[in-house]
Design a protein around this ligand. Structure first.
Ligand SMILES: Nc1ncnc2c1ncn2[C@@H]1O[C@H](COP(=O)(O)OP(=O)(O)OP(=O)(O)O)[C@@H](O)[C@H]1O
Ligand SMILES: *[C@@H]1O[C@H](CO)[C@@H](O)[C@H](O)[C@H]1NC(C)=O
Ligand SMILES: *[C@@H]1O[C@H](CO)[C@@H](O)[C@H](O)[C@H]1NC(C)=O
Ligand SMILES: *[C@@H]1O[C@H](CO)[C@@H](O)[C@H](O)[C@H]1NC(C)=O
Ligand SMILES: *[C@@H]1O[C@H](CO)[C@@H](O)[C@H](O)[C@H]1NC(C)=O
Length: 512
């Protein structure tokens, strides 16, 4: 216990130190965000100038490569809301690059908005004006490329901003290679621009909602881009591991729904190349993908089946090379296996309700062996959700179990003698989700301390009821939304009904 206290203190201290560093980063990036950064190359001598020119050439090449990555994403295979400015792509004359394409069907209006700043906001999207007088609250996180900042807009609306992480590895490497902070900022900003395009194209309940964007500077020539997103909470895997199975199942289900969408999206079959929990946030418990710069809609071309190998640290898979020379379903399979290895193995099997263990085992095996496609995987998840909501998985709980309790409807308790259980929805006591009184009675019977439980009016995301278990209470109080169940005094012959095993768990009686 003492050891745990120490490590908690150490963790708190570490968190404090990290936060302090991040706040100082925030201050510096917000300063840069607000002010203008001028790049003056003073003491240039002739020799340096030559080297500088060649570095600049290399940087320009990089910029045009990045730009080429975005162009295909602009092809309007799909409709775009409110695109009415059909200008030509191309930045200000001072721009380092220009699009080399004859394709006149590209969505130039979107491109122009991203490149030049959205003078004319589309629909209800936010733009640079929305950011005036905003208040930075805290750093949400920082990665290789981007910095996430939690801000309140002038009207009080909370949003998340993404900007170039000036202290990030991407910027650092680029400046080291090209010695041109301004050019590098533009280069790194392409990842933000790509993300804006992808967020526009890949709208889904499990993808973070793009609220708008802002490209600073006239003509956007200094390349500074800010993405305005709905605010989420970075996914905390450690915290999730300690959450009720219902919440962990939700994350996995949301992920599968996302992958189902990505397998047949407006951009084709999209693979998430960097598939880690830190690419996701939750918004009111719902999982949302927030980092899209590593999403790829490219299909792998092949000549033989051997060209279609998916390599993972402990497993390799090979898919078929189709007649048109593409690896069939490679993106979808890559996503499924990553979902299995980064999410399902940690979140799904542990403490699954007994009625679901065989279904969960089946999902684990079929995703871990890539035997099921995303449609079948989604079906398996939705089936579990249906059973869970309907309570059908509890059919083998004896209905008579409820007879052990006296019920008082329209009542709540006060002065409850709480005891703790795990994983509880409340730190103070034992609060678990149940389908109804019968499941709650079964749980109460399996806890040696439990003598009563209250079905509250509160529900979880699946619609299951939160039940609070206690070892006693001092008063009943009127409460229209809840019901109190009190264990009846046991007659001696009833003692055999709930046979407790040494772990304090009740063995379910055989049904019927
Ligand atoms: N909408 C959001 N709400 C809350 N936090 C967010 C949001 N979007 C991003 N973040 C946080 O901001 C951080 C940086 O964002 P992002 O993951 O896109 O950057 P990155 O540089 O691509 O990161 P990585 O190196 O992990 O690829 C992340 O740690 C993420 O948790
Ligand atoms: C170079 O810098 C010095 C001092 O920092 C300044 O006096 C000078 O004018 C600069 N020269 C140029 C060409 O900018
Ligand atoms: C996967 O394939 C690579 C390359 O062919 C090989 O080096 C590696 O050992 C294989 N891994 C497994 C687990 O089979
Ligand atoms: C799937 O099941 C088979 C047969 O029971 C077993 O050999 C294999 O290891 C399982 N794979 C996974 C990933 O669980
Ligand atoms: C998967 O489901 C989608 C509809 O949700 C359907 O269009 C598609 O054909 C299905 N794919 C397969 C391989 O069954």
């Amino acid at each position: 216990m003492a050891g745990m206290g120490n490590s908690l203190r150490a963790a708190a201290l570490l968190a404090f130190v990290v936060l302090s560093i991040l706040v100082s980063l925030l201050i510096s990036s917000v300063q840069q965000f607000g002010g203008t950064v001028s790049y003056v190359s003073n003491a240039t001598v002739a020799a340096d100038e030559e080297e500088f020119a060649s570095l600049r050439g290399a940087l320009i090449h990089q910029l045009s490569e990045r730009r080429k990555e975005i162009i295909p994403l602009l092809l309007p295979d799909y409709h775009v809301d409110g695109g009415d400015e059909n200008g030509l792509p191309g930045d200000s004359p001072r721009s380092l690059h220009n699009v080399q394409t004859q394709d006149s069907t590209l969505d130039y209006s979107l491109w122009n908005e991203i490149a030049h700043g959205s003078r004319k906001a589309r629909m209800d999207e936010m733009d640079c004006d929305s950011l005036v007088d905003m208040q930075a609250v805290e750093i949400l996180g920082s990665g290789y490329t981007k910095l996430g900042v939690k801000v309140n807009l002038a009207g009080g609306q909370p949003v998340a901003l993404k900007l170039v992480n000036e202290q990030g590895i991407d910027m650092g490497k680029c400046v080291e290679d090209f010695r041109d902070p301004r050019g590098c900022r533009e280069l790194v900003s392409y990842k933000l621009k790509k993300e804006i395009v992808l967020l526009q194209r890949l709208q889904h309940p499990n993808v973070i909602k793009l609220k708008g964007h802002c490209a600073e500077g006239r003509g956007g020539e200094d390349g500074r881009v800010t993405v305005i997103l709905e605010q989420g909470n970075p996914l905390q895997m450690i915290q999730l591991l300690q959450s009720p199975w219902e919440d962990r199942f939700r994350v996995c289900l949301d992920l599968v729904r996302l992958l189902h969408f990505l397998s047949d999206s407006p951009l084709g079959s999209v693979a998430l190349l960097d598939f880690q929990p830190r690419q996701f946030v939750t918004v009111s418990g719902q999982l949302k993908l927030t980092d899209l710069d590593d999403a790829s809609a490219a299909e792998t071309s092949c000549r033989t089946h051997a060209d279609c190998t998916l390599q993972f640290p402990h497993r390799n898979f090979t898919v078929l090379c189709s007649a048109r020379g593409m690896c069939e379903g490679l993106n979808e399979k890559r996503n499924i296996y990553n979902a299995y290895r980064y999410f399902f193995t940690y979140l799904l099997p542990h403490q699954a309700p007994p009625g679901f263990t065989h279904l969960v085992d089946h999902i684990m095996n079929s995703t871990g062996e890539l035997k099921a496609d995303i449609n079948q995987t989604l079906e398996a998840f939705e089936h579990i959700l249906l059973l869970y909501k309907s309570g059908l998985h509890l059919d083998n709980l004896p209905p008579s179990i409820i007879g052990d309790y006296a019920v008082m409807r329209g009542m709540g308790t006060s002065g409850s003698a709480a005891y703790r259980c795990w994983p509880s929805y409340s730190q103070q006591g034992c609060v678990l989700s149940v389908h109804g009184a019968r499941e709650a009675a079964f749980i109460c019977n399996s806890h040696s301390q439990c003598s009563s439980f209250t079905l509250t009016g509160r529900k979880t995301w699946t619609g299951r009821v939160l039940a609070s278990f206690s070892s006693g209470f001092s008063h009943l109080v009127p409460d229209g939304t809840s019901e109190v169940y009190v264990k009846k005094a046991k007659a001696p012959e009833d003692a055999a009904v709930a046979r407790e095993d040494p772990n304090g768990r009740t063995q379910p009686r055989p049904s019927r």
